[in-house]
Design a protein around this ligand. Sequence first.
Ligand code: AKG
Ligand code: FE2
Length: 368
Amino acid sequence: MDSITKQEARSTNYLESRLAPRTDITDSDFEVPVIDLSASFTDSLDARKAVASQIRQACTTSGFFYVSNHGVPTPTLEKILDQAKRFYTELTKEQKQDLHIKKSKYGYGWEPSEYTSIAGDVETKEGWNFGYEAGLDKTGGDGKYRNLDGSEGKANLWPNEEDLPGFYNGVKEYYSAVLELARHLFRLFALSLDLPENHFDHMTTHPGGIARLLYYPAPKSDVTAQSASKEEEIGLGAHTDYECFTLLLSSSTPGLEILKPSGKWHQASYIPNAFIVNVADFLMRWTNGVYKSTVHRVVNRSNEVRYSVPFFFSINYEEVVETLSTCLKEGEKPQYPPIGAGEYILERLNATTKDGAGFFGNDNVVVG
Ligand SMILES: O=C(O)CCC(=O)C(=O)O
Ligand SMILES: [Fe+2]
């Protein structure tokens, strides 16, 4: 398993292969639909299955869709974007330094701009990353959560309450709501994969769920609407996500770009109060490639600052999964060996650091 993920994460060839034009579909089949989740909250299994089939359609083509009427209250969305803004405008450089990502083994904490690069592009974004804590989970968890490497103990680097009063509670309100939505969506994913609705439930009792508050400054130079070359300012370089799926909230400044089958970029529009959901690599592997984890990046082409809050939903980190049988045609063999959830994600995270050494103690992790 190890060698596969290392190769996958670090080799330029791998990223290039993911950037290569796709031949299975054309740009005209590439849609990022808006899926209304209202019916999925009803008692009708048929209605839930109808929503699930829209999810399947999106996941087997672009791998991206929006969700509306998802149940997370609008004020909760507004408040987390406000907390993101506070983090970047109210904390001093020294206060952020205390939360520096190099103090974490898991890539948690504050990531200064131009600290990481994914595809050789130095990124303008700043981030603050954190992971699951039972206290952020409405269910209270089941007491079995372990860090990405299986260790016990608090891993998040929170700002001091007196430096940013109310921040923890604001983040908690959002995280607990989005985690609940992710569990709900995963039940729909189960249906969409011809599995019983509760198929994944026992794997999400203390799930991995990394989230980030991201800040993208307005560009210094003129970034045209056409394309971003190396000289232009890349907010976040081309990449795929690592977990099962991502729930992305952003401020009204657009910036997300999704790779179309032709190799051109689709500029995702901003839809108020909707989340963008995308399939990530772990689920792609679990489904034997049936669900697509599509390359994306962020370029802020506006004159405004952009904030976003991705939430990367995984399963209980100790789970080791094999290809879902419903994703294999008769006689077809799995493309991927069994895979451990936490192990895989840690490997992918570390692979974004110099020589794969990890964030801990690393002053500069830019991968050349
Ligand atoms: O900020 C965004 O819109 C996307 C963020 C993203 O793709 C990521 O953090 O993986
Ligand atoms: Fe992403």
